[in-house]
Design a protein around this ligand. Structure first.
Ligand code: NDP
Length: 466
């Protein structure tokens, strides 16, 4: 059968763009791609990129305070010009969008700037009614934020809205305790908003190493976020141009803005997937195998729409591996087991890779090395910010199985630790590296004695066990 394309990609985000570009430029496939919104997807347009720029902007006050601690008596960050920042941000996103589009065009990908849905296993239908056939279809449509299902929730913002605000709210409530809630609470607080973070659990960042979570929770308070644990709003009401929040105990408060960061769901509604036999999971995610193939053999899916590890670099790797496998005859799977990530908080970043202490204890005997200290830079400036570093070492193999950091540039550090752990480095390998002094990262190669033993009897009977 003659198809219009070898590959049709639905979704111009990180995963879809990478797959389209590699299939077309490396393997000379005839590729079409449909995107209904701005090219670049969540990460570029309404996620990682604008968020990280806002993180940089939000650090100015803390940097000024630090400068004063170093003797710059007139250092001051304010006032912050949100409108100017927003214009610059939009210009930058337009530039990036252009780079993404340019990369696709240069690779020979045909771009369709409209919504597409699947019609059958080899046909997509565009919003204008046009039907196009393809040997393979790749779904890379990502996800979207979900509100928590409370009365008046439509009055609250979601993360997409934050980048488009006309002005900064004076007083803001952020609901949730995950990546997005914690990052936006620190951003908004840093930009000058009086910020309340309401989370239903007892420590933010559920799923992270427990000790790291507790450390991050405590430090979030230190930067001035009004952190309310075990709390979640019951309903929202309009109050003039502000929003009234009614709490379960009947008390209420008024905010200039309420933001929900209560999770994300895959964008599978209305795509025609179930109708052609593509299996979906409970959360609406596309169920795929280790090759990103769905239950319909010609249809593949990558990125957040599959709800595996919802991070941009993972989607990129999945998209690239798909193209290598299907068009390059180079079968490549993605190892979702060892993925590093960072949460851009203040006073410091959270970064993590590998097993948490709780997971390590389940796997068997481990040594836990923990250091908690005030870094030289902030200590000198008079800040109470505390860094924390943790290594988990398998007591049998001596391999480092997990690393968790709360510290300045922790995201940068974990990237390099990821290489060592990926190569199977042992604690002795870490110890063999001569420290670079004075740095924060030297702590990772100078932790000599285990803080504790977990996961059962240590193979060396002379040391303690959990
Ligand atoms: P998460 O799933 O990480 O967090 C959702 C939060 O909302 C949790 O704290 C959850 O509580 C809470 N919640 C869920 N439902 C309700 C409800 N009905 N009422 C009250 N609270 C609720 O989602 P995010 O939206 O923060 O992030 C989505 C994904 O995006 C992340 O998992 C991550 O993969 C990615 N991301 C990565 C970033 C990075 O790498 N730096 C930055 C931003 C996003 P509970 O814990 O109790 O379930």
């Amino acid at each position: 059968m003659n198809f219009d394309y070898d590959l049709f990609v639905i979704g111009g985000g990180s995963g879809g763009v990478r797959a389209a570009r590699i299939a077309a430029s490396e393997y000379h496939a005839r590729v079409g791609l449909a995107e209904e919104s701005r090219m670049g997807g969540t990460c570029v347009i309404r996620g990682c990129v604008p968020k990280k720029l806002m993180v940089f902007a939000s650090q100015a006050k803390a940097m000024a305070a630090e400068a004063r601690g170093y003797g710059w008596q007139t250092a001051s960050a304010g006032p912050f010009d949100w409108v100017m920042f927003r214009h610059k941000l939009d210009a930058e996103l337009t530039r990036l969008e252009g780079a993404y589009t340019g990369g696709l065009v240069a690779a020979g990908v045909a771009i369709h700037k409209q919504r597409a849905r699947v019609h059958d296993a080899h046909t997509v239908e565009l919003a204008d009614g046009q039907r196009l056939t393809a040997k393979h279809i790749l779904i890379a449509v990502g996800g979207h934020p979900q509100r928590p299902g409370i009365e008046g929730e439509e009055l609250g913002l979601i993360s997409d809205d934050l980048f488009l605000m006309e002005k900064l709210p004076g007083r803001v409530l952020v609901v949730g305790g995950g990546f997005i809630a914690c990052e936006f609470a620190t951003i908004l607080q840093g930009l000058g908003a009086e910020t309340v973070l309401s989370y239903r659990g007892d420590a933010v960042l559920r799923g992270f190493d427990e000790e790291l979570r507790r450390h991050a929770t405590e430090q979030l308070r230190l930067v001035g976020v009004d952190l309310r644990l075990g709390s979640t709003p019951e309903r929202l009401e309009r109050d003039g141009d502000r929003t009234r929040v009614i709490w379960p105990d009947g008390t209420d408060e008024v905010y200039d803005a309420v933001m929900f960061a209560t999770g994300r769901v895959p964008n599978t509604k209305g795509l025609g997937l179930a109708e052609i036999g593509v299996k979906l999971g409970d959360n609406g995610q596309i169920v795929v195998d280790e090759w990103s193939q769905t239950s319909v053999p010609s249809v593949f899916a990558v990125g957040d729409v599959t709800d595996r590890v919802n991070l941009t670099p993972v989607a990129i790797r999945e998209g690239h591996s798909f193209a290598d496998t299907v068009f390059g005859a180079k079968p490549r799977k993605v190892d979702h087991g060892l993925v590093g990530s960072a949460v851009y908080l203040r006073p410091h970043e959270v970064a993590t890779i590998g097993l948490t202490e709780e997971e390590a204890a389940q796997k068997g005997p481990h040594e836990v090395f923990v250091a908690s200290f005030r870094a030289m830079r902030s200590l000198f400036a008079g800040s109470d910010a505390r860094s924390m570093m943790k290594l988990l070492v398998d007591a049998q193999t001596r391999k480092v199985t997990g690393c968790h950091i709360f510290g300045p540039e922790a995201g940068e550090m974990i990237q390099l630790v990821a290489i060592s752990i990926g190569m199977g480095a042992t604690k002795a390998d870490f110890d063999a590296a001569i420290a670079v002094h004075p740095t924060l990262a030297e702590e990772l190669v100078t932790m000599r004695r285990p803080t504790r033993y977990i996961g059962g009897a240590h193979p060396d009977k002379t040391v303690g066990s959990a």
